[in-house]
Design a protein around this ligand. Structure first.
Ligand code: ADP
Ligand code: MG
Length: 608
């Protein structure tokens, strides 16, 4: 029998190996931007067409490559960043495997233009499916431009596997955010389908965060700082008021490299303890500086976990540092952020000056449903909030008058029967549940889920009837979003309009709200919309429900009571009566229990 084993041609081997590194357009963006950073670029321009399917172009003003290096760069395991195995333990650059360019070139049509500072002419190389098509001198500016066209053109299966343009673009943005936060001294300009999408100018860490995530971050960030022999920790954590219902905007970096780590996240959450209601997560931007030999980044190229040899101790330090910052800020009366203090080099790791963390006055007990308590934010926003609050109360009272719910009147219940809805007894348990006695039955109601159920049905119905009453805000409420959130909101504005939200665009990544449907806590409107957008973008990736269903679901989730309310007996009666009238009051749309009903017969059985 003849021999049957042969070596795969490089192009095929590269294509197979590319699967490891290049999973989607976002992976290409990540690798090329990291290369630009390793090349000491200070300005990086990223141009994306068709969410990266058609063109991904990255231009940097870094050191550039010589003619020979430009050609070499596309070889597998070609790198300028390490020479021997031992170097891996001291790695400070982002890349070091020498795999990225070989992989990208294997599954796309790539063009490279590069020129070193002192070279008169640069080099242009065109390569498609690993095959060099041309190499010519080129009069390009100093630095490097990679243009990656038609990604996966030769691997149709991978191309098919890509998600919607919006999802792929969001993946790209997520990569850019990670890199942009870690490198605030580098400017990033992003073009989407030919239009300028965002520009993050050079600045400090805080400016970069605000630039990306919007102005709501500005007043809500507390600086953390701790240095020990094991690790230096610095960055920002959010005040409880800007916490969100999902884990968005949570970033860990070690030696400027983004990573995820469950144990570290656990430390952060433990530090907040019960300052946060359940299922709310604070934004954070936490940097660790550590001797590279104490971490192992030499794992799978696309994985973001990193092994720390001192994980346990770092966790303890992290928790203590955040606790200390939160504690300090709780007792220190107040400090106005708006005095344009200069934090420019506060976060530079080289900075030896003692750092005093800025403090912010906030009230961890804040409960939007408790009429007396108003959040005590510094500066004029307080007034706006107070006004909103007053107006909200005025509106609710007015509404109560006009609707005037008669608790003993005949009401049509969900089961279609007409019954006298008589609620003789109501009390709250742990601020979480209502225990009610009505129609000879005992109801135990999960308040948040019940509110969610009612809002969901209301929103869903109003898509068909389009007659949701709108409450007007006294003053326009401003909503500042990040660029990708703003994109999502823009596409959803028409549907939100139908639901009774009066929201308009207002400059770059900002919106103003002038009205909302009744039952949406209007004082929290900005938060509700932001939460909705994050929920929507996250869930939207997996759920196949209709757009309407998704909006109803995510909006209801965002708008439902998210801090445990302290309700008066009247409010409870109103709430229970409304719930029992709702078309379903036993389960959430996802099938979680809303109401437990104990019938008299159940009791008889129990006592038997
Ligand atoms: P790695 O980054 O792991 O070294 P890559 O395949 O990403 O591997 O890049 C190979 C080499 O090409 C790099 O080591 C670097 O020398 C060079 N290179 C890549 N991108 C650039 C760039 N934007 N500017 C200058 N040199 C670059
Ligand atoms: Mg690289």
């Amino acid at each position: 029998m003849s021999d049957i084993i042969h070596l795969l041609p490089d192009s095929v081997a590269n294509q197979i190996a590319a699967g490891e590194v290049v999973q989607r357009p976002a992976s290409v963006v990540k690798e090329l931007v990291e290369n630009a950073i390793d090349a000491h670029a200070t300005d990086i321009t990223i141009s994306i067409v068709d969410a990266g399917r058609t063109i991904i172009q990255i231009t940097d003003n870094g050191v550039g490559m010589s003619e020979t290096d430009a050609r070499m760069a596309f070889e597998r395991h070609a790198t300028s960043k390490i020479k021997e195995a031992a170097d891996i333990f001291h790695i400070r650059s982002m890349g070091f495997r020498g795999e990225a360019l070989a992989s990208i070139a294997a599954v796309s049509q790539t063009e490279l233009k590069t020129r070193q500072k002192d070279a008169e002419l640069g080099t242009k190389i065109c390569i498609a499916g690993s095959k060099i098509e041309s190499q010519t001198p080129d009069a390009c500016p100093q630095g490097t431009t990679f243009t990656v066209k038609n990604l996966f053109f030769n691997t149709p299966a991978r191309r098919k596997f890509l998600k919607s343009n919006q999802t792929e673009f969001n993946y790209i943005l997520a990569e850019i955010y990670q890199t942009a936060i870690a490198n605030p001294e580098i400017s990033f300009t992003i073009y989407k389908d030919g239009d300028l999408f965002a520009k993050y100018g050079k600045g400090n860490l805080k400016q970069r965060i605000v630039n990306i995530f919007g102005k709501q971050m500005e007043k809500g960030l507390l600086s953390i700082e701790d240095e020990s022999s094991i690790v230096k920790i610095y960055g920002y954590v959010g005040v409880p008021e800007i916490a969100r219902k999902n884990g968005a905007n949570q970033f860990f970096f070690v030696n400027n490299r983004f990573f995820r780590q469950k144990s570290f996240l656990g430390s952060v959450m433990r530090a907040y303890g019960n300052l946060l209601p359940q299922k709310e997560y604070p934004p954070f931007f936490i940097f660790f500086e550590i001797d590279p030999s104490n971490i192992d980044v030499n794992i799978h190229p696309t994985k973001t976990e990193i092994k720390f040899s001192d994980e346990f101790n770092i966790c303890q330090l992290l928790e203590a540092t955040i606790k200390c910052t939160l504690g300090k800020n709780n007792i220190v009366p107040s400090l106005d952020f708006s005095d344009s203090a200069d934090y420019s080099d506060m976060f530079s790791p080289k900075n030896e000056k003692p750092v005093t963390p800025p403090t912010i006055k906030y009230n961890p007990e804040y409960n939007p449903f408790k009429s007396q308590s108003t959040p005590s934010y510094p500066n004029q926003k307080t007034n706006v909030r107070n006004w909103e609050k007053m107006f909200e109360e005025y509106e609710t009272n007015k509404k109560d008058d006009s609707l005037h719910f008669d608790f003993s009147a005949e009401n049509t219940c969900a089961d279609g029967q007409s019954k006298a809805l008589n609620i003789p007894f109501c009390t709250q348990i742990q601020k979480k549940y209502i225990l009610a006695f009505a129609n000879e039955k005992i109801y135990v109601i999960d308040i948040k889920r019940a509110h969610y159920r009612m809002l969901y049905d209301q929103f869903f119905d109003s898509f068909t009837h389009k007659q949701m009453p709108s409450q007007k805000t006294l003053l326009p409420i401003r909503i500042d979003l990040s660029a990708d959130e703003a994109e999502t909101l823009k596409t959803l504005l028409p549907q939100l309009q139908e639901l009774g939200f009066d929201i308009e665009e207002f400059g770059q990544n900002s919106f103003v709200a002038n009205g909302a449907p009744a039952d949406v806590p209007i004082g929290e409107l900005s938060q509700v919309i932001t939460d909705f957008i994050t929920n929507y973008s996250e869930n939207n990736k997996t759920v196949k429900d209709s757009v309407q269903e998704q909006i109803a679901q995510n909006l209801a989730k965002a708008a439902s009571l998210y801090r445990n309310p302290n309700m008066t007996v009247e409010e409870m009666q109103h709430f229970v009566a409304q719930l029992l009238q709702n078309k379903s009051f036993t389960m959430t749309p996802e099938g979680q229990i809303v109401t437990i009903i104990v019938e008299p017969e159940d009791l008889t059985k129990k006592f038997n």
